[in-house]
Design a protein around this ligand. Structure first.
Ligand code: NAP
Ligand code: SF4
Length: 676
């Protein structure tokens, strides 16, 4: 067993010690912006501190109104703010954690009319054109940062993190991509970094020596006219001289067209960039992006590539990540699968964040699993993620749970998803649930297709129907021909030809297209060098290109694919806000022909007959894969519960196939189990 001694080693900063090398990185939870949410925010962060994390960094808090991400966003500029934040710092300190408040000025990413920037250039991801800050306004902004840090100290924070990456205000000043000023705040790198450096100096002067100042520096901009590595090093060294305590890694602007955190990005893909910067400074450096499991974290620290590892989403997925690592229970970690579906996708829709695999995240005071005083006998029918969520939580509360699964394995639809290239993390969720089933003594009966009479005969108190879905069949002439396959058959390994029509362009149509684009011999997960080549990322840690971009090289697709839908809207419009663009870009790069407004006519030996814009045409394909959604399987759910002895409940895809999604399935399982 690996001891993880490097990642668990304390970090001494002279005036203070962080108990291990693990940082919970900044992530907006949606609880930072309203004072009445602070008790919930405190409970959410306290649980992570209790779980052993060394250092927590809050979601971004603005130093002034121009810096708001959204109207009335969380700000630190008054004594009232100090009182709210004290709830948070006390809660974290009670459990031995340290906490920094992140000061984030959104600059031109602000979704509000007061947005400002280095130059008046609108970002592609916000409708508001920013005003360029005047010299006087820049000086006032520096004062606002210093005041926010001073107030953070009064609120009990151990320090602040200054957000200088991901394309926010300070990054906008640092890079030519937005900074086109000709005054002392622009021009060469000395001018462009002046604002960041002056902010650090002003904060240090205001808060004294014994207060952590962490700077999150964009080490790889991934946008055109971004900084070169030489420029990044000049900034890092100047910040060190100005008085920062820790240097954190930022990768890619939000508007970059290279994915940096989605599940298809290889684990620890950018750590060599951090390692290179670390060689040029003396202060501790933090690595980030796609680090989610202890082996990766340990390797980074042990190899000396970084002094700390930062994870944000993995702490939504499992608050006890560190304690489990420290006590030899790594296989109990609920791994973040980097799907973004309940965290960042919520944030970007202005909803409270949570986690697909852990619906308690950011709902710690509302979704509570208490030990039951009246243990019941509960049957859960269906071993997909909805069923396993219900079974494991009900059992952890003290109920006696039996899980019936018709197939030879648990996992349901996740067993299909895990074979899609870039979705290898789904294996981890299945592993997590299997361990939980065993740990909580759930009796699992595989290969058991139970019927109502058997359920009733066994005398359960409650029965949870989580029987999931089956693929919706296609109903046109020729749909029964052997070259017509369901997505489930394809993902289970059915033979597929080289010219393929995929019917249905929802999440699964996209997944299946990506699965078919790559030859079966393609290694999974994708090797880092292949991924960098495909997405145009300079593979050299000391890159000399601007922004670390390189020309992308895409292999010829293994198959020719037509992806079709009946709707006339653009394909993939309903995919996740923060990951959908990656899937669309991937298919486009591989020349998938996307067709909308398609009417399916018939299937013959020649291929698929369709009508588009009133014109009938033949798509000469040798395989047709049906990804036309699902239908619920719910025969076991009684129509009339008057004559049943047990109390029946229905969750997940069995309840509603139309919106089949894992986030809802796991949450419904958890919410039901919390109440049983
Ligand atoms: P879906 O998103 O509902 O898509 C089903 C597709 O089938 C639609 O494109 C629909 O488009 C088409 N369709 C529906 N009825 C049809 C019919 N009778 N004949 C022909 N086409 C028909 O479902 P899904 O792709 O199966 O995904 C299921 C769930 O998994 C979704 O909730 C999704 O969120 C989730 N998921 C997400 C991802 C991701 O975000 N990457 C990946 C996998 C799964 P038209 O009606 O326009 O033809
Ligand atoms: Fe990770 Fe997905 Fe949970 Fe976000 S929703 S924390 S990406 S598992």
């Amino acid at each position: 067993m690996t001891s993880y001694s490097n990642v668990l080693k304390p970090l001494h900063l002279g005036f203070t010690t962080i108990r291990n090398r693990v940082v919970m990185g900044s992530m907006h939870s949606g609880l930072e912006d309203r004072f009445y949410h602070y008790p919930k925010l405190a409970a959410y962060l306290a649980e992570r501190a209790k779980g052993g994390v060394g250092l927590i960094i809050t979601g971004g808090i603005s130093p002034n109104r121009q810096g708001w991400l959204l109207p009335m966003g969380g700000t630190m500029n008054s004594w009232g703010d100090v009182l709210n934040h004290r709830l948070v710092t006390h809660a974290v300190h009670k459990h031995g954690g340290k906490i920094l408040m992140q000061i984030l000025h959104s600059g031109r990413y602000g979704y509000q009319p007061f947005a400002v920037s280095a130059s008046p250039i609108k970002s592609p991801i916000s409708p508001f054109k920013p005003r360029a800050l005047s010299d006087k306004q820049i000086l006032a902004t520096i004062d606002d940062y210093a005041r926010a840090a001073y107030l953070a100290k009064k609120a009990g924070y151990d320090g602040v993190e200054i957000m200088g990456s991901e394309g926010y205000l300070l990054n906008q000043f640092l890079s030519r991509h937005v900074n086109q000023r000709e005054d002392r705040w622009g021009g060469d790198i000395q001018g462009r970094m002046r604002l960041a450096v002056e902010i650090v100096k002003a904060i240090r002067a205001k808060v004294g020596e014994k207060f952590i100042i962490c700077f999150r520096l964009s080490m790889l901009d991934l946008v055109h006219d971004g900084n070169t590595m030489d420029e990044v090093l000049i900034v890092a060294q100047a910040l060190e001289k100005a008085g920062i305590t820790l240097l954190n890694t930022g990768i890619g602007w939000h508007e970059a067209r290279v994915p940096t955190i989605v599940t298809s990005v290889p684990r620890a893909a950018f750590v060599d960039v951090t390692a290179y910067v670390k060689q040029h400074v003396k202060i501790p450096v933090i690595a980030s992006n796609r680090i989610n499991m202890p082996d990766t974290a340990e390797e980074i620290i042990a190899s000396g590539k970084a002094d700390m590892v930062q994870m944000a989403r993995p702490f939504l997925a499992d608050p006890y990540w560190v304690n489990k690592t420290a006590t030899g229970r790594v296989n109990e970690i609920n791994t973040c699968i980097a799907c973004n579906q309940a965290c960042l996708d919520h944030t970007f829709k202005n909803q409270r964040a949570s986690c697909l695999v852990n619906p308690r995240a950011c709902h710690e005071t509302e979704l509570v699993y208490v030990k039951t005083k009246k243990p019941k006998r509960i049957a859960v029918v269906g071993g997909g993620v909805a069923g396993m969520s219900a079974a494991t939580i009900a059992a952890s509360r003290g109920h006696h749970v039996t899980l019936f699964e018709a197939s030879h394995e648990v996992g349901g639809q996740f067993n299909l998803a895990k074979v899609v290239p870039g979705k290898e993390e789904f294996h981890e969720t299945i592993r997590y649930f299997k361990v939980q089933l065993e740990k909580n003594a759930v009796e699992v009966r595989l290969n058991t297709r139970i019927n109502r009479e058997q359920i009733e005969r066994e005398g359960f108190d409650d029965v949870v129907i989580a029987t999931g879905v089956v693929p919706r069949p296609l109903k046109i002439d020729g749909a029964d021909l052997p070259q017509v396959l369901s997505y489930a058959e394809v993902l289970r390994g059915a033979e597929v030809g080289h010219r393929v029509a995929v019917i249905g362009a929802g999440g699964i149509g996209f997944d299946v297209s990506e699965f078919l684009l790559k030859p079966p011999s393609q290694p999974q997960p994708q090797p880092l060098a292949d991924w960098q080549r495909e997405w145009g990322v300079d593979p050299h840690a000391n890159y000399i290109s601007e922004g670390g971009l390189a020309p992308a090289e895409v292999d010829l697709p293994y198959r020719q694919i037509f992806l079709l839908q009946r709707k006339t809207t653009p394909l993939g419009i309903g995919l996740g806000k923060t990951s959908g663009w990656v899937h669309r870009a991937q298919l486009k790069k591989h020349h998938v022909r996307m067709m909308r407004g398609v009417q399916y006519k018939s299937i013959t030996q020649e291929g698929l007959w369709v009508e588009v814009d009133g014109i009938e045409q033949l798509l000469r394909v040798d395989t047709i894969v049906v990804c036309a959604g699902q239908e619920s399987v719910k025969e076991l759910m009684p129509q009339d519960t008057e004559h049943t002895l047990a109390k029946y409940h229905i969750i997940g895809g069995a309840k509603l196939a139309g919106e089949l999604d894992a986030k809802r399935a796991i949450r419904e399982g958890a919410e039901l189990a919390a109440k049983l």
